[in-house]
Design a binder for this molecule. Structure first.
Ligand SMILES: Cc1cc2nc3c(=O)[nH]c(=O)nc-3n(C[C@H](O)[C@H](O)[C@H](O)COP(=O)(O)O)c2cc1C
Length: 189
């Protein structure tokens, strides 16, 4: 089983990064093969609405997304992780998601079958505040992203009240919850 982890925070060894690493360790505990993308380290232009993708399903922008599309389409499990920035995903992660308009075009405009429908995905998120609606908008975005790439939204881990770098290590349950989430995600059905 191939697991793709997408780390949306620019802060290396921050809360999102540590949570995602635990989740990926959980998948490895079940024998999964893991790849982690750190979006801040990649060159991903925002979508420019050139709409070349409406013609053939391919984005006309040449950057690191060239190598990311096949990974998104061929992972058995996709785990997306992000801190909340102004009640949303980070702009780096949102750029990657928006560029999947090319896959949306393949599926919904060109009516092409994507190679691997019916895979599983999970969303891990962390924010400093404790608001009831803190994650609502981002969950909606991730669900629609997953639907576009043929992944079912299977699990989520949403952690409130965590702000400083590495503060997640003081949380009573989050890292263990992340490991267990990963372990469940990698179990064969
Ligand atoms: C630009 C920016 C915007 C933020 N907006 C929010 C927010 O809307 N709600 C919230 O609860 N926390 C917000 N935060 C706090 C982060 O979500 C929080 O510090 C989180 O733990 C960072 O995770 P990381 O270490 O993985 O980057 C914001 C932080 C930054 C830098």
């Amino acid at each position: 089983m191939r697991v793709l982890g997408i780390m949306g925070s620019p802060r290396i060894k921050g809360n999102t990064d540590l949570l995602l690493d635990e989740a990926l360790k959980g998948t490895q505990s079940q024998g999964a093969e893991v790849e982690k993308l750190v979006v801040d380290k990649l060159r991903i232009s925002p979508c420019r609405e050139f709409y070349g993708c409406l013609k053939n399903g391919n984005c006309v922008i040449r950057d690191d997304m060239d190598g990311i599309y096949p990974k998104l389409l061929h992972a058995d499990v996709v785990i997306v992780a992000s801190p909340m920035f102004f009640y949303g995903l980070t702009s780096q992660l949102k750029a990657l998601i928006d560029r999947c308009q090319a896959l949306w075009a393949r599926k919904y405009v060109l009516k092409q079958d994507l190679p691997c429908e019916g895979r599983k995905g999970a969303f891990i998120a962390v924010g400093a505040t404790r608001g009831h609606k803190l994650f609502d908008g981002s969950i909606f975005t991730v669900k629609y992203f997953f639907q576009t790439i043929g992944v079912a939204y299977a699990e989520e881990l949403l952690v409130r009240g965590v702000d400083k770098k590495g503060e997640i290590t003081k949380h009573p349950a989050a890292l263990k919850d992340a490991f267990e989430l990963g372990s469940r995600m990698a179990q064969e059905e």
